[in-house]
Design a protein around this ligand. Structure first.
Ligand code: SAH
Ligand code: SF4
Length: 379
């Protein structure tokens, strides 16, 4: 990026309200912001000169002071099952991953919110790479914009709602979205805005490992569907699997779920539960979960563990998962077992590693750590 571009405002990073303020600073009326939203997000336009319904003088001002820039694409892989994964360069040795999962009745985009993650869950490849930095709003929304572009969404007349390739967005890529709260909700607001991506609140899902105070803020400021990564029925085990549990133990997490439901666009919480052989997958764990979530309308999504080198963990067997699922289902809880998608391109949950310059733990891991380029693959 040239120095001149760097000094300009990247309009991709402005949520609808920020775009209105920015236009006001330039002496422009709010409807200019609406026009810009449509051009940039709905039509995927980068070039101000092509924004034909803007006054020429405004186009000239934009060319001088603003830009629409998204991260470069480092790679683009399509799995045998249609799952597609992009690696985007966010600079400074960091790359992030975005995954598109096509299904018969919907298309889901899984977006990243951080380069790496500081929560460091025992079973997560992203966590094992440590934390590098939060993504900015432009870097989060660029994932959706890029995917739309790559999937042909901006070609012809396919922006009409019924013809959407991407109907759902899940914040389940790299990073803990609620530890990058401001950028996450700014991006979510763009996703929800009819002039930008127009997704329904029920089809935008934030997944969290349980940052309790920010679950409350999300509920108040931008309620969308919520998934909570549970993984254990008691504090002793969850402390080991999800270290954040030591700060926000299960009783507090469950209370936050109940509060969230008061304003949630969906009338249930999705609990994600990674199935780890011999660790959290016994029938007794399933029965204990029933007690834990007794007064929380919820669904369970069991995720067979996706292995990565040196995790020291194994995926639960098929029969074990079936038995576990039927205990939950027999108690009346809708329970699904996540189909592993994109295995062949390392696009499955928890395999999203990108290439993260680990500034938190790389040093501790001594000289046996492979160079950054080799960290980009995790299986
Ligand atoms: N940080 C957020 C969102 C990103 S992780 C969170 O933890 O919820 C998205 C989901 O992938 C979480 O439910 C997480 O527990 C799961 N996951 C992480 N590593 C995994 C692995 N190796 N196998 C299966 N699921 C994994
Ligand atoms: Fe972070 Fe989520 Fe991975 Fe835990 S599972 S380390 S919170 S990305």
């Amino acid at each position: 990026m040239t120095a001149a571009v760097a000094a300009k405002t990247n309009l991709l990073g402005l949520d609808p309200q920020a775009l209105v303020s920015c236009c006001a600073d330039w002496g422009e009326k709010p409807f200019r912001a609406q026009q810009l939203l449509r051009w940039i997000h709905q039509r995927g336009e980068d070039d101000f000169a092509a924004m034909s319904d803007l006054a020429k003088s405004f186009r000239a001002l934009l060319a001088e002071r603003a830009c629409v820039v998204q991260p470069a694409v480092l790679s683009d892989h399509v799995s045998d099952d249609g799952t597609r994964k992009w690696l985007l360069d966010v600079g400074g040795g960091n790359a992030i991953e975005t995954v598109f999962i096509p299904e018969a009745d919907r298309g889901t985009l899984c977006v990243s919110t951080q380069a790496g993650c500081a929560v460091n869950c025992a079973f997560c490849s992203t966590g094992k790479q440590g934390f590098s930095r939060n993504l900015r709003t432009d870097e989060i929304i660029a994932q959706l914009r890029h995917a739309n572009r790559a999937l042909g969404q901006y070609d012809g007349d396919s922006t009409v709602a019924g013809n959407r390739r991407i109907s759902n967005v899940v914040f389940m890529g790299m990073g803990e979205p609620l530890q990058n709260y401001a950028a996450t909700i700014a991006a979510a607001r763009l996703m929800l805005d009819d002039r930008a991506y127009g997704l329904s609140r029920r089809r935008v899902t934030v997944s969290t490992s349980g940052v309790v105070p920010l679950m409350d803020r999300l509920r108040d400021e931008c309620p969308v569907a919520l998934a909570v990564s549970l993984h254990a029925p008691d504090d002793a085990l969850r402390d080991r699997l999800v270290p954040l549990n030591r700060k926000y133990p299960l009783a507090e997490l469950m209370a936050a779920c109940r509060r969230y439901l008061e304003r949630s666009p969906r009338d249930f919480i999705t609990f994600e539960y990674v199935m780890l052989d011999g660790i959290n997958d016994a029938d007794a764990h399933a029965r204990a979960l029933l007690g834990l979530v007794a007064d929380i309308p919820c669904k369970f999504n069991l995720i067979p563990f996706n292995p990565f080198p040196d995790s020291g963990l194994r995926r639960s067997g098929r029969d074990r998962i079936r038995s576990f699922a039927s205990i939950l289902a027999d108690a009346g809880i809708v329970t699904t077992v996540r189909r592993t998608r994109g295995d062949d391109i390392d696009a499955a949950c928890g395999q999203l590693a990108g290439a993260v310059r680990d500034r938190t733990r790389l040093v501790e891991r001594s000289s046996s750590v492979p160079p950054i380029a080799e960290l980009s693959r995790c299986a």
